[in-house]
Design a protein around this ligand. Structure first.
Ligand code: PEP
Ligand code: MG
Length: 532
């Protein structure tokens, strides 16, 4: 008996076509790839514990003495057989590595937290850290990740950006989310990396291994297609790749409107891996999302680590302007140990610059690294996210002054980079003439979410979160007019810039610089060329 193919409609989140076997991804705290074989589970647990020990040793080697001592202490705890014995016993009794480790550690954490002795209570935080580090390694890495079949279409309710980054996208081919949103950060990453993605599909009635066709442009999936349909689909995949190659070809020419107006077309990147051949023809880098340098569970990148990345980005840009955004954690980009836990409304909470100003240690390291990177040329600009009032810009400027003074006292080469702001909070956009930044970059993703009061992660509200809402366009127009009056550049780096449907409205608002994921550069230039 052959199964009837079943078509499910969701919403398009990242363009592209894919075909492959379904593989469900669930949160690390649930039973994902439970093999049911104690030998395999035991090996997975031991491998994750060893890998966690190696991570701690590597981290300890790069840290200050005090931090290294804590990490060494954790490594010793991890190496103590008494810690892992209950988990290994659970595995022998048939539990998965994931459940056994979580159960055993949760029990010990509860004991330590209830201890009368302050010393033991304090150790429970170390156990939480060890629990999560090993869980992450069991669920995300090594044997478990390689357990995904080739060309897998990953199915989940939603996917955290950090989880996306752990997956080897050379081996997997697409994402189908039962919930999720096209404006989330994971969708943005999927678009940047060319991973086709559909969100809001609702329940997907298929088992692991079922063949799926995924259409990231129409926002659909098809379950159990016929052999002829699959053969057609493979031809469609090849045609899509050809179309992408044609678009990439269009990226080579400068962006010019029909009437000859030269528009700047820059790229958004999350890290060095996004500096692909697609990006080569950009007029610069309009946004570097530095929060992706911070890895969940690992120590924040040091000043030296950051300096190295920023210098390499500047080398790549070879004199073209580069806007590096300071840490924009929080909202839907929490970083354990850095952002605030338990906020009722994380998007309205301590995120972006608000967080950096409350974490002077992190902010200083980043400003020092940026000022040192700026020494090699005058093309580096520093961009502050989530600015609400001019005082925040003034405070950031003051902290930059302090960092520069300290670097000079230490005899380290540095230069003051231009300091600009993202315009993504309505209070800033409405009162933009109170700001005297050295450049402005409109963050339309957040601006749309705050102006329309629609959570950018709520796919259900996608229709209402319309970038062409006149209220949004009015704020964009105002910001551009203010930049022109001040004689400073204004760009737009939200996803709106990358959607050719919005290019005419943005050009009509007077926008002269767009910043888009490298893959969208050709498409953008074609849309600009079609405008009068
Ligand atoms: C934006 O809000 O438009 C933006 C570019 O920043 P992010 O998407 O990283 O919040
Ligand atoms: Mg934003």
């Amino acid at each position: 008996m052959s199964l009837e193919p079943l078509r499910l409609r969701g919403r398009a989140a990242a363009p592209g076509l894919a075909a492959g076997p379904l593989a469900r991804i669930v949160a690390a705290t649930e039973e994902n790839f439970h093999t049911g074989q104690p030998d395999v589970e035991r090996a997975a647990l031991k491998q994750a514990i060893d890998a966690a020990g190696a991570e701690l040793a590597a981290l300890a080697a790069s840290e200050t003495r005090e931090a290294a001592e804590i990490l060494e202490f954790q490594r010793e705890m991890l190496g103590d057989g008494d810690l892992s014995a209950p988990a290994l016993a659970e595995v022998e009794a048939g539990a998965s590595a994931l459940r056994a480790w979580k159960g055993a550690l949760d029990a010990q954490i509860a004991d330590y937290s209830a201890a009368k002795d302050e010393y033991f209570r304090a150790r429970s935080a170390d156990l939480v850290d060890l629990r999560d580090r090993v869980l992450r390694l069991i669920s995300g890495n090594g044997q478990r990740a390689s357990a995904l079949p080739d060309k897998a279409i990953l199915v989940a309710e939603d996917l955290a950006p950090s989880r996306f980054l752990e997956i080897d996208w050379k081996r997997s081919s697409g994402i189908a989310l039962t919930a999720g949103s096209a404006s989330s950060h994971v969708a943005m990453l999927a678009r940047a990396r060319g991973v086709p993605m559909v969100v809001g599909l609702g329940e997907i009635p298929a088992k692991d291994g079922a063949l799926i066709l995924l259409d990231g442009e129409q926002g659909e999936i098809e379950i159990a297609p016929s052999a002829t349909r699959l053969a057609d689909w493979r031809r469609n995949i090849a045609a899509f790749a050809q179309r992408r190659a044609d678009e990439a070809g269009r990226a080579e020419a400068p962006a010019v409107t029909r009437s000859g107006r030269r528009i700047r077309a820059a790229v958004n990147i999350q890290g060095l891996e996004d500096l692909t051949p697609d990006a080569a023809h950009a007029d610069g880098i309009g946004l570097v999302r530095t929060e992706f340098l911070f890895e969940a569970g690992l120590a924040p990148p040091s000043e030296a680590d950051q300096l190295d990345v920023y210098r390499r980005i500047l080398d790549w840009a070879a004199g073209r302007p580069v806007a590096i955004r300071t840490l924009d954690a929080g909202g839907d980009k929490p970083i354990r140990g850095v952002t605030f836990d338990g906020e009722a409304n994380p998007f309205l909470g301590v995120r972006g610059l608000r967080l950096s100003l409350r974490r002077p240690d992190l902010f200083k390291a980043q400003l020092r690294a940026l000022a040192r990177a700026a020494a090699s040329g005058d093309n580096l600009k520093v961009m502050l996210p989530m600015v609400t009032v001019p005082d925040e810009l003034a405070e950031a400027r003051r902290r930059l002054d302090v960092a520069l003074a300290e670097l000079s006292a230490e005899g380290l080469e540095a230069r003051r980079p231009a300091l600009g702001i993202m315009v993504e909070v309505p209070a800033a956009a409405l009162a933009i003439d109170r700001f005297d930044a050295e450049f402005y970059s409109i963050g339309s993703n957040d601006l749309v979410q705050y102006v329309t009061a629609c959570d950018r992660g709520a796919g259900e509200l996608a229709g209402l979160a319309d970038p062409l809402n006149p209220a949004v366009l009015e704020l964009i127009r105002r910001t551009i007019a203010h930049g022109k009056a001040q004689g400073v550049p204004v760009s737009l780096c939200g996803d709106m810039a990358a959607d050719p449907r919005y290019a005419p409205a943005l050009l009509d608002c007077g926008l002269e610089e767009f910043s888009v994921p490298p893959m969208a550069l050709g498409r953008l230039k074609a849309a600009i060329a079609g405008h009068g």
